[in-house]
Design a protein around this ligand. Structure first.
Ligand code: ADP
Ligand code: MG
Length: 398
């Protein structure tokens, strides 16, 4: 195992420490998890990633003792929790799984209230908490509180699963392939939402996935595991992409490390390009004048609230006679929010007519655009700074 961060423990508090954690299933000749040592820092998302069968789920389920370890210890916030009451332990740890596991006969509100009830909170406090959590996961409480799980889409159920896991305000969340069963577009949205939520709640999160791209996107730190939960590398996503510890890690990252780095940077981190805009009420002839005065081949039409409505070019405008600007041209399709990654922005722009991704704030108002030159520039900058860091890390190591 390598860690190329020499100051790792100086400013961070260890929230979970796994010491020689081992699981051997009955009748098996090898340990499913074999003497795993791992330190997980408070407030971070640590992703356990590795090939199927390497022991990720077993590792995670030992942390809340759904699976009892054969050997080793789990220290949580300084306390050895390997032996005490497992039910008590589980109330302090939120748990989110792929199949969500909502109780079908209970309303959304009752589902989320599960742990608060177990903790003996009174009705008023519980009700307040339920509404707070629903709003936190972008599901207005008035609309969803009294519905049943089967009345929700898969993505909505997953949001409720997260809300329920946060019910008792646990310091630790365990998430096992939480977005694995969800279509790619919704998964992307849920990932972004979850990162925004985590920026608010700052839980210590152990997140399991077999998908290296998801690991890079979600992780503050990634443990790449091989069979037996042996740690091949435990490091930041930047370091794993820049300085893979061995061939196993390189192979697991696969090709396209540069493209994967785009998952590390967000639209909000780069300077957006301006694009010429025109208001929706502008007469087409006047818009055509504006277009002639700019270098770009199209204008972005904004409505009264500053939201993008149309792309219009010279041809659209010259044929517009008397129509409003939202009746001509093309509807903008490639649109992202500032929290989206550059990878999201790139995915959008390669499918867009003008190879431009629009950036809007959370009211939908236009902020600027991202184009391929900015993405290239971002890759160059990240590569340069990652190499610098890697050199610095090597020099400082004893
Ligand atoms: P992952 O989540 O990384 O896919 P698991 O932790 O589920 O891996 O499994 C690790 C290993 O333990 C695998 O070889 C799997 O077949 C084995 N295993 C998992 N659960 C059991 C079980 N209940 N009984 C016996 N072997 C198991
Ligand atoms: Mg698994």
């Amino acid at each position: 195992m390598t860690t190329s961060e020499p100051t790792a423990s100086a400013d961070r508090e260890v929230m979970i420490r796994l010491e020689g954690l081992t699981k051997r299933y009955p009748g098996q000749s090898q340990n499913a998890v074999d003497a795993l040592d791992l330190e997980i820092y408070r407030g971070e998302i640590v992703v356990l990633v590795g090939p199927s069968g390497c022991g990720k789920t077993t590792t995670m389920k030992m942390i809340n003792r759904i699976i009892e370890p054969t050997d080793g210890r789990i220290i949580m916030a300084g306390e050895d929790v390997t032996k005490g009451n497992p039910d008590e332990l589980r109330r302090k740890i939120g748990y989110v799984i792929q199949q969500v596991g909502l109780f079908p006969h209970m309303t959304i509100g009752e589902n989320i209230a599960t742990v608060p009830h177990l903790l003996g909170w009174d009705n008023a406090r519980t009700a307040e908490r339920v509404d707070e959590l629903l709003n936190l996961v972008n599901m207005p409480a008035e609309t969803y509180r009294d519905r049943f799980p089967k009345e929700l889409s898969g993505g909505q159920q997953q949001r409720v699963g997260v809300a329920r896991a946060l019910g008792g305000d646990p310091a630790v969340l365990l998430m096992d392939e939480p977005f694995g069963a969800i279509d790619p577009i919704t998964r992307d949205r849920l990932q972004n939402e979850f990162l925004r939520l985590q920026a608010e709640v700052r839980k210590t999160i152990v997140f399991v996935t077999h998908d290296i791209d998801e690991a890079i996107k979600m992780g503050d730190r990634i443990a790449i595991l091989r069979e037996g939960s042996h740690v091949a590398q435990y490091d930041t996503p930047e370091q794993i992409l820049t300085a893979p510890a061995d061939d196993f890690v390189s192979e697991f990252i696969g090709r396209g490390a540069s493209l994967k780095r785009l998952n590390l940077s967000r639209v909000a981190d780069i300077e957006l390009r301006p694009w010429p805009t025109v208001s929706i009420d502008t007469p087409p002839a006047e818009a055509l004048q504006t277009l002639r005065g700019v270098a770009e081949a199209s204008l972005l039409v904004l409505d009264g609230a500053g939201r993008p409505r149309r792309w219009v070019n010279a041809e659209d405008l010259s044929r517009a006679d008397g129509r409003r600007l939202d009746q001509v041209g093309l509807a903008p399709r490639a649109v992202v929010e500032p929290r989206a990654t550059l990878s999201d922005a790139l995915n959008e722009l390669i499918t867009a007519r003008y190879a431009i991704t629009l950036v809007v704030d959370d009211t939908g108002a236009y902020q600027g655009v991202v184009d391929i030159d900015q993405i290239n520039e971002a890759i160059r900058t990240m590569r340069a700074s990652a190499v610098d860091q890697s050199r610095a890390g090597l020099q400082e190591q004893p």
